[in-house]
Design a protein. Structure first.
Length: 318
């Protein structure tokens, strides 16, 4: 059970995805007093992924939800404390002569170090009808909403790994999936491209963007613009799945550490941020590859860096 709010943690981890739980495993195994705060109104991207087949040691594949559950169970086994809540702010303080952080969630927590593993959210495309029909035909998660579109036609927007993987998943339910991509080729992994091109239920609309999502009570179709010709055309669809990338959940860190132009946290090779005592890992950081395996590596490195920082603060450096 979590301790009193006025007690001091060695490490406080914000975020319950692969980076956060891996950091929790490493911190707890190092005998640090560690707390993980899992978002109350947000979920890790990976928990709604239907199948992960590129995680080492699991060639048969595993669902994202089950994988995160395994991470959590393993972390709890080593003594990680876990609670749920949305972190509102971080404030630097001094406690017993040491620099600490006060983390405000459903109550205040104090800690020597913070590991930011807040992940990212789906990016919106910002066209008319997107907000109006959110939850009424507009979705950002095929695993969550795909079963609602049995024997219907849907749109998938995007050309990356997530877009193509989710488009393939949608074919388990929909009669037809039209992938709309602003370029003339995909950027998804070749194996995903091959599967999509071989799937008779998937059609591609290249060099195109959605200009508007329309309907009455629910989505009925989209207006699409060809970027090369300027031609506009309407396509009927019962659902629109948007896979346009990610927006990092880093709002609470603005003004206290260095972020890149897209709002991702900048770290060094040891996952240290520009704010003393704060480390980061996973999808909220500025990096080349955002995958479960890289998030786990970030989490492990961040936890070890935090451990060294705590030991130095306590005069216990080996």
């Amino acid at each position: 059970m979590p301790q009193k709010s006025d007690s001091l943690y060695d490490v406080l981890i914000i975020g319950g995805g692969p980076a956060g739980y891996t950091a929790g495993i490493y911190a707890a195994r190092a005998n640090l007093r560690a707390l993980l705060i899992e978002g109350a109104t947000t979920v890790s991207q990976i928990t709604v992924t239907d199948m992960i087949e590129n995680y080492p040691g699991m060639p048969e594949g595993i669902s994202g939800f089950e994988l995160v559950q395994r991470f959590q169970n393993q972390a709890e086994k080593f003594g990680l404390e876990i609670t749920r809540g949305d972190v509102a702010s971080l404030v630097k303080e001094t406690h017993a002569g040491r620099e600490t952080w006060k983390v405000a969630a459903e109550k205040d927590y104090r800690t020597l170090t913070v590991i930011a593993a807040t992940g990212a959210n789906w990016r919106k495309i910002g066209v008319p009808g997107e907000e109006v029909f959110a939850g009424k035909g507009v979705s950002y998660c095929a695993t969550c909403d795909g079963p609602f579109y049995r024997n219907q036609e849907v749109i998938a927007i995007g050309g990356g790994d997530t877009a193509i993987q989710e488009a393939i998943f949608l074919t388990h339910f929909a009669d037809k999936v039209t992938v709309i991509h602003r370029r003339d080729r995909l950027r998804a992994a070749k194996i995903l491209q091959e599967r999509a091109f071989a799937n008779s239920k998937i059609e591609f609309l290249w060099d195109s963007v959605v200009e508007e999502i329309s309907g009455s009570n629910f989505v009925e179709g989209v207006r699409v613009k060809n970027l090369k010709t300027g031609e506009l055309k309407d396509i009927s669809a019962a659902g629109v799945f948007v896979f346009a990338g990610l927006t990092p959940n880093t709002g609470i860190f603005r003004g206290m550490m260095e972020l890149d132009k897209n709002g991702y946290i900048i770290t060094d090779g040891n996952m240290r941020t520009s704010a003393k005592g704060i480390f980061a890992g996973g999808d909220c950081t500025s990096k080349l590859l955002r995958q479960v395996v890289t998030a786990c590596g970030d989490g492990a490195t961040a936890a070890f860096s935090a451990q060294l920082y705590v030991e130095a603060l306590k005069g216990e450096t080996y």
